[in-house]
Design a protein around this ligand. Sequence first.
Ligand code: HBI
Ligand code: FE
Length: 298
Amino acid sequence: MPTRWDIAPEPAPPPVSGLRGEYAAAAADYTVPQDWERYTPAEHDRWRRLYARQAEVTAAHASAVFLHALHGMDASGGIPRLDAVSEALQAATGWRLVAVPGLIPDGVFFGHLAGRRFPVTRWLREEHELDYIVEPDVFHDFYGHVPMLFEPAFADGMQAYGQRGLELDEAGAKRLARLYWYVVEFGLERTAEGLKAFGSGILSSSAETVFAVTDPSPNRIAFDLGRVLRTRYRIDDFQETYFVLDRFEDLLRAVERPLGPVIDSLAGLPDLEPHALDPSDRVINRGHGPRRRPAAHA
Ligand code: HBI
Ligand code: FE
């Protein structure tokens, strides 16, 4: 079915004004060369410090599959070469990494995921942004997202997510973005060792890694597709609700078929606020209430 996403975007213009990153040099699909040689010694050093701090908190709180893949890549020594990691990733799950200037339009992003290409922002955050950054940078995109792409069921779910996005109109895509937010960025997994984090927005933030898994203030609710598609999210603070998957296949199951019927079934239902509980929720932890701290998406 043709959609508006089939129209190739013009190269060059940034998708949203005010983003950093060199969009003028981007191809029509918003990819750029990584230009790995351009990273400075100071940037590699900043990466090593970010990585070391994050490795410590994720060791305690991240999903086993995330940690296994992270250790397999050994990107602790500096900003990695995306081409080299792509070779290993392609062998594992058929995905590749492509460099982009930063956030790209939804349709282009969906197209890359549907083609098993994960867009990784090229630039690294500045020294004063180690704890807080609004836009995704190479540390968030790489450390947060790439390990999970080695997990076959999750990798298939990400491709299917992109395919579903390409089929939806703008209103549908806005709902679908909530699934990405609450599962891909902020998802938790229920394991025999307790709750573990696999969401990239959690795992690339040292403070939110501890908060998401251990703090009593947020709600933790069993994953349900329709519930997530109704739930607004906040981009400027820790999440007030986290959704918990029993297994990574749950993401794939959620997006393996076109979402039109699910979205239609939500037509009469109101959106839910980020902190709200619904009578139908399978609540794992009822949050004690708001604890507001600046937290980074990245
Ligand atoms: N672009 N580079 C980049 N990274 C993202 O995570 C991203 C994006 N564009 C759109 C987008 N995410 C989301 O809005 C979608 O998943 C819906
Ligand atoms: Fe992200």
